[in-house]
Design a protein around this ligand. Structure first.
Ligand code: NAP
Length: 278
């Protein structure tokens, strides 16, 4: 019988811990403030931004909300980011992605002060992760490490296969697993004989953005499978990159979608905000 890794429950545990830490910081006269910027009104982004603001309120972090029109210029957005960088009461800055096409995301991300980059996307933070020094780490992979640890799943010495090499998930995920002494292989769209590799994994992390692509034929009997993907299927039901129905019985533990990785991303954003205090 396999274990369903309950991301919702673990995320709640983390939020309770953070709430206590924030209360202690407040008792010490310290305040925390996250600035959230959204450009345009993409409905999915509005849901994510709303959830992030709700989590801030729950934990006791102040949030400043900037809802900018779709035709905001890159210069205006850069000016806002720079003003928030300089604002001493703001500890964290989050620019919701994707941005409209006329704005260069990389320029915006690299303008956020690395000390306030709670998404962990700035090059200085990515470099810090690479060399194993202190910095903000991308929330989704950070959350996956917590999911594994809090489910008593050992990483050290395990064969870990990461499907996907994005800057936000796949690459930082691989570095974190390496830091935890896993033996890590990264696969991507050009990988040949991919199932031969994934079937060797003790821990398989799937972040490819392809609904239900990974089924039992990719999985070694008894492996741990973490599904990062989030999609709507043909019946408008949420699903992941893993075909849960086919895969689950081949695993020893698996994350569901929804209720697996998703809630952890927001919990770890809150973790980064609390750790942004200086
Ligand atoms: P992404 O930027 O689109 O990257 C996808 C990666 O998967 C790429 O490296 C790509 O390879 C690789 N890939 C695509 N098809 C593949 C295949 N058939 N076999 C092997 N590798 C393949 O996506 P992402 O931002 O990492 O996100 C991945 C998924 O996670 C998406 O569904 C996204 O919505 C979801 N997500 C969820 C959360 C959450 O909080 N739950 C957070 C972030 C992302 P190439 O590099 O060769 O193109």
């Amino acid at each position: 019988m396999y274990q369903i890794i309950d991301g919702k429950k673990i995320a709640q545990e983390i939020k309770e811990e953070l709430k206590e830490q924030v209360a202690a910081l407040k008792a010490d006269g310290k305040t925390l403030c996250l600035a959230v910027i959204q450009v345009g009104n993409d409905p999915a982004s509005s849901v994510y931004v709303g959830n992030k603001k709700k989590a801030c309120a729950y934990i006791g972090i102040d949030s400043l909300s900037y809802e900018l029109p779709e035709d905001t210029t890159q210069e205006d957005l850069l000016d806002l980011v720079k003003a928030l960088n300089a604002d001493k009461k703001v500890n964290g800055i989050l620019v919701q992605l994707p941005l409209p096409q006329h704005i260069d995301e990389e320029t915006i991300i690299q303008t956020i002060s690395p000390d306030k980059d709670v998404d962990g996307f700035h090059m200085r933070n990515v470099g810090a992760l690479c060399v194993g020094s202190k910095g903000f780490v991308s929330c989704t992979p950070l959350g996956i490490i917590q999911l594994l640890k809090r489910s008593q799943i050992e990483i050290e010495g395990k064969r870990c296969v990461v499907l996907g090499r994005s800057n936000i998930v796949g690459k930082p995920m691989s570095l974190l697993l390496l830091q935890e002494n896993g033996t890590v292989t990264i696969c991507h769209s050009r990988t040949k004989e991919i199932k031969e590799i994934t079937r060797q994994a003790d821990i398989l992390i799937v972040a490819i953005g392809k609904p239900k692509l990974v089924d039992d034929t990719y999985i070694k009997e008894g492996a741990v499978v973490i599904d990062v993907g989030i999609h709507r299927d043909e019946n408008n039901k949420l699903c992941g990159d893993v075909d849960f129905e086919k895969a689950a019985s081949h695993t020893s533990a698996i994350t569901p979608v929804p209720g697996g990785v998703g809630p952890m991303t927001i919990a770890m954003l809150m973790y980064n905000c609390v750790n942004a205090i200086n």
